[in-house]
Design a protein around this ligand. Structure first.
Ligand code: S3P
Length: 432
């Protein structure tokens, strides 16, 4: 179980490029697999989660060439070319792998069994198994289908008109993939702006998909054209560097080619509302996704209130927002964020517990947390609980604390941001 030793202080300066977007990388593999031909992917994220998806599509008979860790060719087998896997598919710790695959496999006329590590086997699956059953798939799982492992016997599906109980991109994407195989149209009503990478990619591949405020409509049957994709940098990885540079006095950094899809950039809006100095340059669209260079200079921050749609647009950024809030003047209140309790960890509980070890004034709420800032943090021994986003947030907190911080159990950081410590160090942080 590896550790990161973090020394306080140094301003961050220079330029960096964050690795490819995790959500988009998963989708290049899953959608590339069912395209009619070869897709070429550059700046793929070779993180543990995405490599779980890579192994999974291989287990379904898809050839994937890794020219380098970040450059792939996916030999798509067409909508109906996947093969029955001869063993349990191991999704490791990746919720995106399990949920999106479950949707894809619901449309296949064979049996698949999906499992994963202890952390993933605790995560809720009823949100996908129930609607997939109502489309006609046979899906079994522990606790009546609410927990992994899942056994999926796919086949004849019918389209549905379905309102998602949560604004989840994983659920929306799983049902969209299943809808490609249904006998009629599907309409999904989504109660919030969940990330739309699947819809954008499918539209670019020629699928019959239409999105309107809050709904996605899919007509089945269209063959998918292969794609050439350059994956933008992951905004959710950039988030740690944006917050660190905002908080460490004298910092000035530039992050190249970061994905700034508006369904992902809630933290940008929140940091700006807190007084951060963030500017976007070189804005362009790459493969249907908005991309920009982000420049950050340190600034004095104030507390902020977060709720409603902003929660969905910043869903992965709450551990690092909590760190920012510890240094902001006044109170930060997060509400409407009960989903955080079913992420890689219960992120309300683990964020509160670990930030308190560093001296933060933070209290849990059933659907969020309250931070009283600013507080001087003091270096301490903290633990990621096997949650990559908490591990990175604690590392940034360590940069702000007096004295040394030791972050334990940081192997999980490679689930989304391999090279995190090296990137921070290249900007001047003392992390080893
Ligand atoms: C993801 C969707 C989000 C997010 C996760 C990645 C995706 O999960 O938290 O990190 O790639 O679709 P939910 O759909 O559970 O909100």
């Amino acid at each position: 179980m590896s550790e990161l030793r973090v020394q306080p202080g140094a301003a961050l300066r220079g330029r960096a490029r964050v690795p490819g977007d995790k959500s988009i990388s998963h989708r290049t593999l899953l959608l590339g697999s069912i395209a009619a031909g070869k897709s070429h992917v550059e700046d793929f994220l070779p993180s543990a989660d995405c490599l779980a998806t890579l192994e999974a599509v291989r287990a379904l008979g898809v050839e994937v060439q890794e020219h380098t860790p970040t450059e792939l060719t996916v030999h798509g087998v067409g909508l109906h070319g996947l093969q029955e896997p001869d063993d349990v598919v191991d999704c490791r710790r990746s919720g995106t792998t399990m949920r999106l695959l479950a949707g894809l496999l619901a449309g296949q006329p064979f049996l698949s069994v999906l499992s994963g590590g202890t952390q993933l086997r605790r995560r809720p699956m009823g949100r996908i198994t129930e609607p997939l059953r109502s489309m006609g798939a046979t899906v079994l799982g522990r606790d009546g289908g609410r927990l992994p492992p899942l056994a999926i016997q796919g086949g004849e599906l019918s389209g549905i008109d379905y309102t998602l109980p949560v604004a989840s991109a994983q659920v929306k994407s799983a049902l969209t993939l299943a809808a490609l195989y249904a006998s009629g149209a599907t309409r999904l009503r989504v109660p919030g702006p969940a990330r739309d990478h699947t819809e954008r990619m499918l539209a670019a591949m020629g699928a019959r998909i239409a999105t309107r405020e809050g709904t996605v409509e899919i007509e089945p049957g269209a063959s998918l054209q292969p794609m050439d994709v350059t994956v933008p940098g992951d905004f959710s990885s950039a988030a740690y560097l944006l917050v660190a540079a905002s908080l460490l006095p004298g910092s000035e950094i530039i992050l190249e080619a970061v994905g700034v899809n508006p369904t992902r950039t809630g933290l940008l809006d929140l940091l700006r509302a807190m007084g951060a100095d963030l500017t976007l340059h070189q804005e362009c669209v790459v493969g249907g996704e908005p991309v920009a260079q982000i420049a950050v200079r340190s600034a004095e921050l104030s507390g902020v209130e977060v709720g409603g749609d902003l929660v969905v647009r910043a869903i992965d950024e709450f551990p690092i927002l909590a760190v920012a809030a510890t240094q902001a003047r006044g109170e930060t209140v997060v509400r409407d964020a009960a989903e955080l309790r079913v992420k890689e960890t219960d992120r309300i509980a683990t964020t509160v517990r670990e930030l308190r070890r560093l001296g933060a004034g933070i209290e849990p709420r059933p659907d969020g947390f309250v931070v009283h800032g600013p507080t001087a943090l003091a270096g301490a021994l903290v633990d990621s609980h096997g949650d990559h986003r908490l591990g990175m947030a604690l590392t940034v907190a360590g940069l702000l604390a007096q004295g040394e911080t030791l972050v334990r159990n940081v192997g999980c950081i490679a689930d989304s941001f391999p090279g995190f410590a090296a990137t921070l160090a290249s900007l001047g942080a003392r992390v080893s």
